[in-house]
Ligand binder design. Structure first.
Ligand code: C2E
Ligand code: MG
Ligand code: MG
Ligand code: MG
Length: 287
């Protein structure tokens, strides 16, 4: 709180500001180029049934190997793409590619991340419907993941959108649960089918500690509200056990598989019998 030579501090601040802006402009330009040159990939990470260990679903995750500068993680460019509006073509690309890929793997559910900006876009529902139609992917195998931030800004709108997706047969999951401030009151009115416990909570799990109490409580709450629970970022048996005990329905994390290209993902799947006529067949992990 020393108000020393303001000049120097302002100069420093401005420099950092300009560098941030410059960086964002550079990434924006690279995303634009990447879209034109088809540089984006979609990888898939398995989600397993907590009780049986069978793969029941996969989460689609965007990958950007960037031909010239090397791979950049989604956390480094999704926020920029949201700010520039480029998230719309990127999001459509991920959804279309993922549906094209997973229509070939009957029996598996597909979960796709959606940015608040997409969810806010009045044309989004129609876009989703068109992609499903175009790819022939069944809506009841699709799940959209949305993070908490958006809900706080526009709860009524979120509730309506989730209801409309539900009517189309698509389920919506609350992603990164435990990192935001969703009130219990809202949680029950949104209509989520699933909540995904954030990996920051999972990584803190120790027998009897605060994180494990919190997670057990969240699982109980979700069940009471008729939602299923997925834990993300599960890396070891100890964490898996602490999640299974209070009844976590599904587990996802490096312990069960890293995100893989579609080719690698489908090759890692054991040969399967013809799709069952039941709701959705399950696939044994074989590991
Ligand atoms: P998310 O949706 O919460 O995805 C989970 C992230 O955790 C992924 O990071 C995944 O690779 C990583 N992860 C999975 N298992 C483990 C584990 O056992 N340990 C650790 N430490 N990490 C694990 P990724 O792929 O870097 O994506 C980061 C975030 O970027 C995602 O978080 C999501 O919010 C966003 N994102 C990724 N793809 C898309 C996309 O297609 N559209 C949108 N809108 N956002 C995306
Ligand atoms: Mg996610
Ligand atoms: Mg998540
Ligand atoms: Mg996360």
């Amino acid at each position: 709180h020393c108000k020393s030579n303001g000049k120097g501090e302002i100069a420093l601040y401005d420099k950092a500001f300009d560098e941030g802006r410059l960086h964002r402009m550079l990434i924006e330009e690279q995303i634009a180029r990447g879209l034109v040159n088809d540089e984006f990939d979609v990888f898939y990470q398995p989600v397993v049934d907590g009780a049986t260990g069978s793969i029941v679903a996969a989460e689609a995750l965007i990958r950007w190997p960037r031909r010239r500068e090397g791979q950049l993680d989604p956390d480094q460019f999704i926020a920029i793409a949201e700010a520039t509006g480029q998230i719309h073509p990127l999001g459509a690309l991920v959804l279309r590619r993922a549906c094209q890929d997973f229509v070939q793997l009957p029996g598996l559910r597909l979960s796709v991340n959606v940015s608040p900006a997409q969810f806010r876009d009045p044309g989004f529902e129609r876009q989703v419907a068109e992609i499903l139609q175009e790819t022939g992917f069944p809506p009841d195998r699709l799940q959209l993941e949305i993070t908490e931030g958006y809900l706080l800004a526009q709860p009524e709108r979120a509730i309506r959108m989730i209801g409309e997706f539900k009517a189309m047969g698509i389920s919506v999951a609350l992603d990164d649960f435990g990192t935001g401030f969703t009130s219990i009151h809202y949680l029950q009115s949104y209509g989520f089918s699933h909540i995904k416990i954030d990996k920051s909570l999972v990584s803190g799990l120790q027998p009897g500690n605060k994180a494990s109490l919190l997670v057990a409580g969240a699982i109980l709450l979700a069940k009471g509200l008729d939602m299923e629970v997925i834990a993300e970022g599960v890396e070891c048996v100890e964490q898996a056990d602490l999640l299974r005990k209070p009844g976590c329905d599904y587990l996802q994390g490096y312990m069960f598989g890293r995100p893989l290209s579609f080719g690698d993902f489908s090759q890692s799947m054991p040969a399967r019998p013809a799709p069952a006529s039941r709701e959705h067949g399950v696939v044994s992990m074989g590991r």
